[in-house]
Design a protein around this ligand. Structure first.
Ligand code: SF4
Ligand code: SF4
Length: 372
């Protein structure tokens, strides 16, 4: 018995696929499936998070609709995947935030923007708020650095804690309890697979869209988004080191490392999300789990708007618009981090953990084969 009908459907499909095995060369899901004869809820959550939703196994499947077997692996695994994030969410009381996630993210963003508008208006007079501030410490004329660091530090640490607790529950559920230690080689393999999006290629031809012509555009957009996010994070880390170790206050010159990293990352976080939205638009609706649409689109839009407002702040920071742009950018950044453990962001974390598990399983199997 499975906890949900979606898991029961995934079990049915994996049982069909395990007899067929036509798709075993396409991605990691099918080889991982073949290591099992029966599928617990944890197994199915693991397989669902290994799936990169390239669509190849749907296009290749002789049992896809209208066949009576009605095999649609990408769509079913997408539904299981989204449910799994709610299953492992921490604290449990907030698991329901994954349902109607688009509305939740809109609401949190509006509240966050409102809080910054009120906060800036209360603690600054109109002359400062709409005045021109330049040179080191210009941002902190409107919001003290200590207040900014404390607020975002708390939000960030909470997000890390919530994500870590969720991953802990996931890891325990998808692994043999006696074998939950993580090997360094499995982590390195998973980092390589995640960094190159090894399994987002439809078995080598690319992702499938409505016209069944595979392309690599979705993979490229995903790379731009992911590395853009990493560069922006690196820019924040370098700026923090500048502040505390060198006593140098933001904003920095355009050629300084935090600005260069932030600008490159920001551009990636504009082009990538636009590409992902376009790819979603072109995608075959048979592959899309409509229930997840709000969550998928809200997350990509949050990345895009956070990046656009950050770039706008960079361009107009020496003008009287700086106060307003700072409010809007900080409002989006805080909403992004508050909702991080309860939205699509978690897919990258859970997929990485599934890749670690897969690398570990592969090594265990090849080790056993070598011993024989
Ligand atoms: S998706 Fe279809 S073709 Fe591929 S393994 Fe499953 S049943 Fe076979
Ligand atoms: S959609 Fe792509 S990644 Fe997912 S199971 Fe099918 S072939 Fe594998």
């Amino acid at each position: 018995m499975h906890a949900t009908r979606t898991l029961a459907e995934a079990d049915r499909l994996m049982t069909v696929c395990n007899s067929c095995r036509y798709c075993e060369g396409l991605c990691a899901v099918f080889p991982a499936m073949e290591m099992r004869r029966a599928f617990s809820d944890g197994d199915l959550n693991y397989l669902a998070n290994l799936c990169h939703a390239c669509g190849a196994c749907y296009v290749d499947c002789q049992f896809a609709p209208p066949h009576e077997f009605n095999v649609n692996v990408p769509k079913t695994l997408a539904a299981v995947r989204a449910d799994s994030w709610a299953t492992y969410a921490w604290p449990r009381a907030l698991a329901h935030l994954f349902a109607n996630n688009g509305v939740v993210i809109r609401l949190v963003t509006m509240l966050s923007l409102a809080a910054f508008i009120v906060g800036f208006a209360v603690f600054n007079d109109q002359k400062d708020l709409f005045g021109t501030h330049t040179g080191p410490g210009a941002f902190y004329a409107l919001m003290p650095h200590k207040a900014m660091a404390a607020l975002f530090g708390i939000i960030f640490l909470y997000a890390i804690l919530a994500l870590a607790m969720g991953v802990r529950a996931f890891w325990r559920d998808i692994g043999d309890p006696a074998d939950t230690r993580v090997s360094t080689s499995a982590i390195l393999q998973a980092i390589r697979d995640a960094a190159t999006l090894r399994y987002l290629d439809g078995g080598g031809v690319g992702c499938f869209n409505a016209d069944e012509r595979p392309t690599d555009r979705r993979k490229l957009s995903h790379h731009l988004t992911f590395y853009g996010f990493l560069l922006c994070f690196a820019a924040t880390c370098v700026a923090t080191l500048y502040h505390y170790l060198l006593g140098r206050e933001a904003p920095y010159a355009w050629w300084d490392l935090p600005v260069v990293l932030g600008t490159l990352g920001g551009l990636g976080l504009v082009i990538g999300p636009i590409g992902l939205l376009a790819a979603r638009w072109r995608r075959d609706s048979a592959l899309v789990e409509q229930k997840n649409s709000g969550m998928d689109i809200a997350f990509v839009l949050m990345l895009l708007l956070t990046s656009l407002t950050g770039l706008a702040l960079l361009v107009w920071r020496d003008t009287a618009a700086m106060g307003l742009l700072l409010i809007v950018h900080l409002g989006f950044v805080s909403a992004l981090f508050i909702t991080m453990p309860y939205g699509k962001f978690v897919h990258g974390i859970y997929r990485f953990v599934a890749l670690v598990r897969y690398a570990q399983e592969r090594r265990a199997v090849s080790g056993e084969a070598a011993e024989e």
